[in-house]
Design a protein around this ligand. Structure first.
Ligand SMILES: NC(=O)c1ccc[n+]([C@@H]2O[C@H](COP(=O)([O-])OP(=O)(O)OC[C@H]3O[C@@H](n4cnc5c(N)ncnc54)[C@H](O)[C@@H]3O)[C@@H](O)[C@H]2O)c1
Length: 410
């Protein structure tokens, strides 16, 4: 500082003492500025009145409130002009598949309404959208009518895993019949297009391999899985009755086994079961001899397929699945190796009416939707294992394990 002053001010013009005073003042001033910037308070303490203190507390209260309100940030969604922005209803949107579809449609800039009764779905799956101006969550059971204005309906509401749909077979039937009628009625009223999330289970235990959409299936109508299989078959029948009689635009996706983050921890599906058992070093349970086959697709491929179908001109049923087929025993080994699990693979008694072979023929999807799965099995499995690993680490409700939409991940 002294050196600077020496350089800038001619020596003869300023007496030595004055220079010292100026230097001291400069130092005090700099220290004061530093103090202000660190503490944000007055450098010279003064005695405060009660009014001053109350005013200060009010300011702090306001700041805390502001911080709390402003805390929530949302993934950056695309801006769509009014004419391009659709109002889209997703029934069962708080479930595993539905929540990924919500993410994709929200990111594209559409207005999304989710209807869910939270039987198997969770608010947690979509909580990153709650409060967003394009998003609405309705707690509603689709067995009851719903009045809402929308352009498209993705109708996904239904329990999907065997333990869940067998838990209350009558409710499963009602959801897939009454619930589907309600949604078709809504589609008719507001002239919306409806996509039904049907299932490969409509093929039952198939005699045809791989299964194409012209195959009528081989379902036991009174077996333990009938509430779901027959429920979905009737739901498909209803769609085409509404199309023929009421001119409702329908799309039917026959979804094959799907896996990915946000699957339920304990819903008894093959992939979640195997991953959880391997992560906990438990024995991996295979029902039957393990020679039955399955073809698993990663959830983002399914979402691509559902959106392609909804926006296509094709109205016949379309298989959406990954044709890569493995035996259940192979899956058990692959997952155990990926996780590094130490447990043995143990065989248990076969499940009643368990389909022996499952593999989609996706030529129709390739031809009419230009769709085919892109995510390799190992990539999808690793993402899912990571999600479950984090789920298992949670020990308190306040700990979060968000699976955020892809573009939002930093
Ligand atoms: N995940 C798969 O492998 C698979 C395979 C074939 C078909 N599907 C179909 O895809 C859809 C979604 O499956 P998922 O795996 O996401 O299942 P999920 O259980 O995670 O999601 C289903 C959602 O529907 C909700 N729901 C159930 N009954 C309802 C009702 N009466 N009213 C309102 N909401 C209700 C649940 O709470 C849940 O949020 C289902 O229709 C299922 O049949 C899924």
């Amino acid at each position: 500082m002294v050196r600077i002053l020496r350089i800038e001010l001619p020596r003869r013009l300023i007496p030595r003492k004055l220079k010292m005073v100026v230097c001291c003042l400069a130092i005090v001033f700099s220290l004061t500025v530093v103090y202000y910037s660190i503490t944000g308070t007055a450098a010279v303490p003064h005695k405060r009145s009660n009014d001053d203190l109350e005013a200060a507390i009010r300011i702090i209260d306001h700041r805390i409130l502001h911080l709390e309100q402003g805390k929530k940030t949302y993934p950056e969604v695309k801006f769509l002009m009014y004419k391009d922005r659709k109002r889209i209803l997703i029934t069962g949107g708080a479930g595993f598949v539905g929540s990924h579809l919500v993410d994709r449609l929200m990111m594209q800039g559409h207005e999304v309404a989710v209807v869910d009764n939270f039987f198997t779905g969770r608010k947690r799956n979509i909580e990153h959208w709650i409060g967003h101006e394009n998003f609405e969550l309705l707690h509603h059971d689709i067995v009851n009518p719903l009045y809402i204005e929308v352009d498209q309906i993705y109708h996904l509401a239904s329990p999907a895993s065997p333990p869940n749909y067998m838990y209350n077979p009558i409710k499963t039937l009602k959801t897939n019949t009454l619930g589907t009628i309600n949604m078709l009625g809504l589609a008719k009223r507001v002239r919306a297009r409806l996509l039904l999330a049907s299932t490969s289970e409509v093929y039952g235990d198939p005699e045809l391999h791989p299964q194409n959409e012209d195959y009528w299936g081989h379902v036991n109508p009174i077996g333990p899985r009938a509430c779901y299989d027959e429920g979905k078959r009737v739901a498909e029948t209803m769609c085409y009755a509404y199309e023929k009689q009421e001119k409702v635009e329908v799309r039917v996706a026959r979804i094959f086994n799907t896996f990915g983050p946000r699957m339920h921890m304990n819903d008894g599906r093959v992939v979640s079961n195997f991953i959880l058992q391997a992560l906990q070093n438990e024995s991996i349970t295979v029902y039957g001899d393990g020679d039955q086959t399955r073809s698993f697709q990663y959830v983002s491929d399914l979402v691509d397929g559902l959106m392609a179908l909804m926006n296509s001109n094709y109205s016949q049923p379309v298989n959406i699945g990954n044709p890569e087929e493995h035996t259940i025993m192979e899956f058990a080994k692959i997952i155990n190796t990926l996780v590094g699990g130490q447990g043995q693979i143990v065989k248990k008694m076969a499940m009643e009416d368990d389909p022996q072979r499952r593999k989609p023929d996706i030529s129709r999807a390739m031809k009419y939707l230009n769709w085919q799965p892109k995510i390799p099995l190992m990539v999808g499995l690793n993402k899912t294992i990571e999600y479950f690993r984090n789920e298992l680490r949670r020990s308190q409700h306040s700990e979060r394990n968000f699976h955020m939409p892809e573009k939002f991940q930093v």
